[in-house]
Write a protein that binds this ligand. Structure first.
Ligand SMILES: [Zn+2]
Ligand SMILES: [Zn+2]
Length: 269
């Protein structure tokens, strides 16, 4: 079993250093993990949200050392979670190419200035209209995919909350996004933080997951842990959700190359 979405104290809002996450992962019986701290923000540096730029080489080298130290017990991948920021594509591309990352999670956390995934951003939900916000979110997601800069669409449907639901079916949005992901050779992430962030489901929403699987989009799995105790959290529920589904392929990454394996080959007890 893998967990490809781990944060650490490289960002101001993460707790615990990377070695604590490795220990937690080994204790939980994971055989592959990937770190995905937040790529430095290019529009307005914010060490609480994302590591400062000068820390990027330190991040990379300290994970390299951990990889070596634990090579006998667990595979450690060096990933990164990057915000899609319109107008900053060249700078994002430059930073991503400066290090041989294993994979890049592409995320939409903002709609204009609204950081809807943050604690402060939660209050603004009461001021916006779902009829306007949902289409905007999926348009941002489509733009993210079209940049070709990212490997994995991270926490799809992160805009959705139990208290903030779309007015009607999102199937048309989901189909368009799923086809783009497939055509770009990306995958989607099943992210258990949805259960902890008032979405009421493991991201993506079940309707979106089914459409992605129908279209042959592979998946990866992440806890979005921001503290060591959340590594591998609720993965039994991921397996429950996938049980009985045909043709589920898990995407693994090395140096930004995807390898697909059938779900049945994933060990998880
Ligand atoms: Zn974070
Ligand atoms: Zn995120």
């Amino acid at each position: 079993m893998l967990d490809y979405h781990l944060h650490t104290n490289f960002c101001g809002h993460g707790k615990g250093d990377p070695s604590e996450y490795v220990r937690a992962a080994i204790d939980r019986g994971l055989d592959e993990i990937g770190f995905s701290c937040h790529l430095p923000m290019l529009n307005k540096p914010d060490p609480y949200h994302a590591m400062p730029r000068y820390m990027l080489p330190v991040y990379f080298e300290s994970l390299r050392a951990l990889q070596k130290e634990h090579s006998g017990s667990i595979r450690i991948k060096i990933g990164i979670e990057a915000d899609y920021l319109e107008g900053y594509e060249d700078m994002i591309s430059y930073l991503l190419s400066a290090f041989p990352f294993d994979y890049v999670l592409g995320s939409v956390h903002f709609l204009d200035q609204w950081h809807f995934t943050s604690r402060a951003g939660r209050d603004q939900y009461s001021e916006v209209d779902p009829v306007e916000v949902f289409p905007r979110y999926y348009e941002e997601v489509r733009k993210l995919i079209r940049t070709g800069l990212f490997d994995i669409l991270s926490h799809p449907d992160a805009i959705r909350k139990e208290f903030f639901q779309p007015a009607g079916s999102l199937d048309d949005e989901y189909k368009q996004v799923a086809e783009l992901i497939r055509d770009e050779g990306m995958c989607i992430e099943m992210n258990t933080a949805g259960l902890r962030r008032e979405a009421g489901f493991i991201y993506p929403h079940p309707d979106f997951l089914n459409i992605c699987l129908d279209k042959g989009v592979p998946i990866t799995i992440g806890s979005d842990a921001h503290r060591p105790e959340d590594v591998g959290r609720d993965f039994d529920r991921v397996m429950e959700r996938l049980r009985g589904k045909d043709n589920v392929n898990i995407a693994l990454y090395s140096r930004r190359k995807m390898e697909k394996i059938p779900l049945s080959e994933l060990a998880w007890s």
